[in-house]
Ligand binder design. Structure first.
Ligand code: AMP
Ligand code: MG
Length: 642
């Protein structure tokens, strides 16, 4: 029977329904916490003050408590003199003497109103009169300059509702009502277990062929963001006994168990097999028609959720948000995350596999007409940097084979407090951007960089989806850089020059001391000499294709997308040579044969050139201190002018 479920791939809705029905999540309990310890907790019972705030009628001005009728005729030309009662009502002093007709009591802001008085004349509207009197120069209406008891909060009014989260303002309100402790939902403890022989905890040295455990920390943080208390179990090797022990401890000591990794067929389904033995009803879905995220495994073991997320970090996060967050929030007493969804226009067509619900990471921004847009960030499910560039994700229905350009789609935000970037830079990435962005960040601007390549950036600029598209494209016919690729609506601002050249390992005599042209001729003639190419659309690729003149040496079809990847391939001996910029040769300890300058410039939609963030970018990149930093990185800032 269990075997059956292993073999059946369920649709998203069916898998979620089965899981939620088996779990029937509800708050795990209530506890009382002191007011000072309540920040971030979820209110379990409506908080209702037992007193009025303010507790008595009080003055909101420094001045004189009076009967309004006595000063109704007061003016500069006909001031009214009142006799002082002799009492001074400061904060915390209960008045004893009544204000009778023709009398006034000195009162401070916050002081309780004396019997008989119904208004306060501010001190600025008065002047001292003869001994024991005050002269009033302006009238006040009854009720003016005072706050009545309960006018802020009335006894019995609900101050905080069940399910709301306590913030600093809520703490202030409760303090004003004298509430020293309150009932909050217990935080569900959630065990977070990473699995894999290859995983190393962050902070430790990386072994060859190992990777850092990123799922553990990101899942733990996302658990905390959704009302849970993460219990980090770290990374457990793919070892049956160790994993079994960790699972047993997790199930005995926590309210929910989230694993990741070890669910793909290659891993022998070890994790899922052990989860299947834990308790009843056991696995309710293993294999869900999702992309990415197919190996997801959902189980309920004796009342507790046990979920195995796919190993790849982005797949792990999509499935966590879709399948785990709703139940986790119910356990924590939190409402559904309505605040973490918004509608946005997806400006480009996104192809999709029919038959699987597909998740696509998106980056939020402003479109040409000021509409909110969600730009897909295609990075592959193994990517971590997509989290820095994406604000959330959209879902493409299993029945659809694409999402047409211009679709208004619901975006699930990774965190509710997303800030839409002030400046979107889309195109070719260069480390020379970093000092410029540092400057903008120091000014409080949020900058988003999307690595779309030179051509991708120009297309985004033409569609009005980005503010700045950095590009370095040489136009073969005219010999001009960048400008011939832009239409009338796009301005070009010169950026900096980068030295392009051939990278090789130091001491490799096949290259050392040669010119680029001679080195390439020799390399092409030697079948044992392996190159690493660049992707279509990259400026460097056009340059290489020109030098190779139609030849396809060994390694030509290895086409990574960045200068850094080229340098890494050569440094690690997976290739012997490639083209990259001088700035990456040094950090990888590579030899470098200079070829020539390339122009790294900025294509800017004319409609956006007056935006404050664009102006700030241009100003920052022209700043002398930034230019000095660019020169240190090996770039030569160009002259300015569109
Ligand atoms: P698995 O499901 O164990 O086969 O893992 C699929 C992929 O995800 C592999 O490339 C793993 O190295 C990677 N992966 C698994 N767990 C983690 C983790 N905790 N952090 C980062 N990557 C992971
Ligand atoms: Mg694994």
């Amino acid at each position: 029977m269990k075997q059956d479920q292993f073999l059946t791939v369920l649709g998203r809705d069916e898998a979620l329904t089965r899981f939620e029905a088996a779990l029937a999540a509800h708050p795990i309990g209530v506890e009382s916490v002191a007011l000072a310890a309540s920040l971030g907790r979820v209110v379990a019972e409506n908080v209702v003050p037992a007193i009025d705030v303010p507790p008595f009628d009080r003055s909101t001005m420094d001045g004189f408590a009076v009967r309004a009728a006595d000063v109704a005729s007061a003016s500069d030309s006909a001031p009214v003199m009142l006799a002082l009662t002799g009492e001074i009502v400061a904060c915390g002093i209960a008045p004893k003497r009544a204000v009778t007709a023709g009398a006034a009591t000195v009162i401070a802001t916050g002081g309780p109103m004396p019997r008989g008085a119904d208004a306060v004349v501010p001190v600025e509207w008065t002047e001292p009169g003869a001994e024991g009197t005050v002269v009033v120069r302006r009238a006040v209406a009854s009720g003016q300059n005072l706050a009545y008891a309960g006018s802020d909060l009335a006894r019995g009014e609900v101050l905080l509702r069940r399910g709301s989260t306590v913030g600093s303002r809520e703490i202030g309100m409760m303090a004003a009502c004298g509430i020293g402790s309150l009932a909050v939902f217990r935080r569900p403890k959630v065990a977070v277990i990473s699995t894999g022989d290859e995983l190393v905890p962050p902070g430790e040295a990386l072994r060859p062929a190992a990777i850092y455990d990123s799922n553990g920390p990101i899942v733990a943080a996302a658990v905390a963001e959704n009302g849970g208390e993460p219990v980090a179990f770290g990374a457990i090797p793919d070892d049956e006994a160790k994993l079994r022990a960790a699972l047993a401890e997790a199930l005995a000591t926590t309210d929910m168990v989230i694993l990741s990794g070890g669910t793909s067929k290659g891993a022998g389904d070890l994790t899922a097999r052990l989860v299947g033995e834990l308790g009843s009803p056991g696995i309710v879905a293993h294999g869900v028609a999702l992309k990415p995220g197919k190996p997801l495994c959902l189980a309920v073991c004796d009342g507790k959720a046990v979920v195995v997320l796919p190993g790849f970090p982005t797949s792990a996060m999509f499935t966590f948000h879709e399948f785990v967050v709703p139940s986790l929030r119910r356990l924590a007493g939190l409402p559904a995350r309505a605040e973490a969804r918004l509608d946005a226009t997806v400006p480009v067509r996104v192809p999709s596999d029919r038959g699987r619900t597909e998740f696509v990471m998106v980056s939020l921004g402003d479109g040409a007409a000021g509409e909110r847009i969600a730009h897909p960030v295609f990075k592959g499910s193994g990517s971590i940097s997509a989290f820095a560039q994406a604000d959330g994700f959209v879902r493409i229905d299993a029945l659809a084979d694409q999402m047409p350009a211009g679709t208004v789609s619901e975006v699930t935000l990774f965190t509710p407090d997303v800030r839409v970037p002030d400046l979107v830079i889309a195109g070719s990435h260069c480390i020379g951007l970093e000092p410029v962005i540092d400057r903008l960040a120091a000014e409080g601007l949020v900058v988003r960089v999307l690595a779309l390549g030179s051509l991708g950036g120009i297309q985004a600029a033409k569609r009005g989806e980005c503010d700045i598209a950095p590009t370095h494209l040489l136009h073969a016919e005219t010999g001009l850089w960048n400008r011939p690729f832009l239409g009338d609506d796009i301005a070009l601002v010169e950026g900096w020059r980068r030295v392009q050249g051939l990278v090789h390992r130091k001491g490799d005599t096949r290259f050392e001391g040669k010119t680029v042209a001679a080195a390439i001729e020799a390399a092409v003639a030697d079948p044992g000499c392996l190159m690493v190419n660049r992707n279509q659309g990259a400026g460097t690729r056009l340059l290489l294709d020109g030098l190779l003149a139609g030849r396809r040496p060994e390694g030509y079809f290895n086409q990574p997308r960045s200068h850094g990847a080229v340098a890494a391939a050569v440094a690690q001996g997976r290739a012997d040579w490639g083209m990259a910029i001088a700035a990456v040769a040094e950090p990888y300890g590579l030899g470098f044969l200079a070829f020539g300058d390339e122009h790294y410039d900025f294509a800017i939609p004319k409609a956006r050139i007056e935006r404050p963030a664009v102006k700030a970018f241009l100003a920052a990149s022209a700043e002398p201190s930034v230019r000095t930093e660019l020169e240190k990185l090996g770039f030569r800032p160009a002259g300015r002018g569109p």
